[in-house]
Design a protein around this ligand. Sequence first.
Ligand code: BJW
Ligand code: ZN
Length: 248
Amino acid sequence: MHGRVEEARALIAAARQVVVLTGSGISAESGIPTFRGAGGLWKGMRVEDFATPEGFNRRPLEVWNWYTRRRAELEDSRPNSGHVALAEMQRHVEARGGSFVLATQNIDGLHQVAGSTGVLELHGTLRTARCQACPRRQPMPAQPADALPPCPDCGAPLRPDVVWFGEALPEDVLIAATDAASRCDVFVSVGTSAVVYPAAGLVEWALSAGAKAVEVNLEPTPISRLVDVPLHGKAGEILPQLVPEPSQ
Ligand code: BJW
Ligand code: ZN
């Protein structure tokens, strides 16, 4: 494992363009549950009820309040050493004139709190709600509601500003992530089961453009056999070891 960590660090230290894709595993050490697997957010729940537009249309208030509860839990969450390492990695790559793009499937905003900039939020954000009818966005409340709040501009009901199954990802964000993946030298996948598309396809864009790929995940995933350097362990322990030394 040690040698493989060195190998990954050397790839990142030499890269001109680095793309990192993160998933819920990077926030697990901040106390935010992942989705799948034992102890996951969806354990005992039907995904179709809470993560699809149909589920929201069937039981809007129940889904809305599931998100207000998650918003409230975020108040006590802080970035962990994995988030901090990625912010440092960005500063390092940019300081030597390279480009660094961080695309995340997470809606918790912890990368930005840790200091990452230009983060591409592929699945939206828990920090805002949006109107179902007009462009209005406003802070997502952390208190449960008795009725779905109306949009102050047009009166239509608000919804969480996230991307559910069957919905398109924000077009500009997806284009930016795909472009960056297709141009990078090194692609790093962190804390994701790599099963949800189109995010899970970004590594394939990178590999087919000739990039080297690194995976940091607690357990093997469908992309483990595709990547050059699979690293299995906690993101909060491995990522700090991948940040190049200041002189590198
Ligand atoms: C650690 C760790 C530690 C733990 N350190 N690691 C058939 C084939 C292909 C695609 C499809 C298909 N049928 C349908 C589709 C499309 C569908 C899809 O991909 N489905 C698959 C599941 C089959 N995709 C979509 O619908 C997307 N939209 C789309 O395709 O639109 C097309 C379209 C175009 C034009 C018009 C209309 C439509 C949208 C996907 C949206 C996903 N949304 C969610 C919910 C967001 C809001 C919320 O948070 O509530 O996003 S679902 C959920 O999964 C969430 C996550 O971002 C996403 C990914 O999960 P993630 O982050 O990977 O979490 P886990 O739990 O799965 O994995 C965590 C990993 O971390 C594990 O491996 C652990 O081991 C590891 N770990 N601790 C390191 N300390
Ligand atoms: Zn509105």
